[in-house]
Design a protein around this ligand. Sequence first.
Ligand code: GLA
Length: 726
Amino acid sequence: MPIFYDPQTKLFRLDTKTSSYAFMVYEENYLVHLYYGPRVTDQDLQPLMYRGWYDSLSPRNPQVSDPRFTLDVIPQECPGTSTGDFRISAAEARNAAGNTVTDLRYVGHSITPGKPALPGLPATFAQEGQAQTLEIEMADPLTGLKAFLLYTVFENHGAMARSVRFENAGGQPLDLERAYSLCLELPTMDYDMIHMYGRWAKENTVVRHPLQHGLQAIQSKRGMTSPNHNPFVALARQDSGEEYGQVIGVNLVYSGNFAMEIEVDTPGCPRLLAGINPSTFRWRLAPGESFQAPEAVMVFSEEGLGAMSRDFHKLYLDHLSRSQWTKKKRPILINDWEAAVFDFDDQLLVEFAQEAAKLGVEMLVMDDGWFGARNNDRAGLGDWQVNEQKLKGGLSHLIERVNAAGLKFGIWYEPEMVNPDSGLYRAHPDWIIQAPGRNKSLSRNQCVLDMTRQEVRDNIFQQMYDVISQNKIDYIKWDCNRHITEAGNAVLPPERQGEFFHRYVLGVYELMDRVTTAFPHILLENCSSGGARFDPGMLYYSPQIWTSDCTDPIERLTIQFGASLCYPPASMGAHVSASSRTGFATKGNVALMGSHGFELDPRKLTEEEKAIAKAQVADYHKYYDLTHYGDLYRLTDPAVDPFVCDWQFVSPDKKEVLFTRVVMRRPENLYQVRRLRGLDPEKVYVDEETGRKYSGALLMHAGLDLSQPWPGPADGSSVLKHFTAE
Ligand code: GLA
């Protein structure tokens, strides 16, 4: 079993296949962090304790016998506030006296098989035998605040999940002001911080910079995770890269205001915190109440970012994404948005379906515009009744005709939103998020419904239920196209207004849970102006997420490569569209990296494009298992190499390999060789196209020759190579 406790030394050691994580209960029940890195033994860990050195200004607890002990430099598992540790704190509760001194000490622990669910929150899951969980109880005896730290070890995935539940066991109310899910302490600062920033249609730009003394952080205060920063940070040793070196990835299973902060204090020891953003959070804990913070997932890799990503991918497919569609073959779809926008009717959709059927497409998704008075983005959100002027004869009649063409049918919703020009808003203007006396900012002409309120969620659920239960719907695209401003809540008392943002997220999760539980057969695809809510919380409910509204294949390379740092390729919605920068074949090869679909008017394709589209559908089926359950190897970095972008999938048994190259700009050299990765050196691989045979050792160590005669490959062209082992 992966969790060890030694009652003599009071040492905890948590082992995965790649890593050990260790901490101990010290004198006065301080919970002191010791180690996170490659596998070690208890014996290795014995001498570990002090890092850096205290100086004359460092406060110390006189009850501790060793005079060197000061929280000023001691690494901790759940550092509180104003106790002599002056770094960013993981837990802070304002008590009845009005101060925020928070002093949590170890009380006890339990180790159990499997993993408990987190109430109201998406989280990784595991059966007995798949994981083991350690719960540490900590308490602040003066105020009665308790913290239950949960560590679940996924031994075979190199991963750990961490979360904290707070409880008020005292007699006075407490206000939780910082409730981080994870605190990670490192002994040296020779790490780079890697994270993803972006904006609409330009998500997941990866940046890497050395840690500096002081604070460095990413966050969201937008109510949703946002495209601006993804809730993912990797700390990579400065000598590490894609294939080599030590990397720790941290990803927060949360879809709201988050913060991931790293502080490097004077001794040069980084502390990373991940959790709910404290700057928009305050939670009143009445006596007896508890608060569950979301979960953070950590992966340790000694083989660079590539291995870290593959561990995240496997963990999320096996233990996070709960939909039956995660492991079930999904239909290849066509979505009408880019081709039709709001300008469609039933006839056009039937024509789309009939044409798409000829290409082998299996599902039609009717995007925005099918409901209420939704003829543009200024009206209709909130009125989820079929617009029968557009869909003459009603939705069932349309679906019958789409089904008759051989396609399944999917539908678009934006459940959290309302246009002021809508029946719902006119009936319930008080249901939007607003602060008394403040402006009501609009974004895309819409307001956000207050999802903290049960009656709002019930109304939207009922509206959705009526349509979905009466029609043969196979898929839902759940969109979310604005962020939250003037964050006030009409129901919560003033002392609880700080709970609003988290309650909003809980409300969204509850609604998503209700919809997916009522209709488990439905394939849910999340979306938020493209990939603005591409996070593990959403992945829990939906096995695929629309990666970006940018469907230009060259732009998509950096967007998809960025997302693949922690999200499985199988979860990335990736469509072939009418965008014009590359040839049609390359669009398909880029879409094949994710969950392939189409987003165009199939009637407008040339005969040549139709033939290629048919071949793409065939490729989708042929390579489905490889691209959805295989191991991804990023062979280049499209943000660094201006010429070519190469990646590769390898089947788990290493018998099948799919190599893709996209030529972003014609390379300066005709001579082109790429070393493949992750093959079996002993196996002989046959190139399906040429019949040539190569040993795995040769492909990995000498490389695959991709040279072409002058003038070399054209800009925007691509290569797809399939190898099978003899
Ligand atoms: C967002 C989505 C698009 C599309 C539109 C519809 O921008 O990202 O894919 O669904 O909304 O309004």
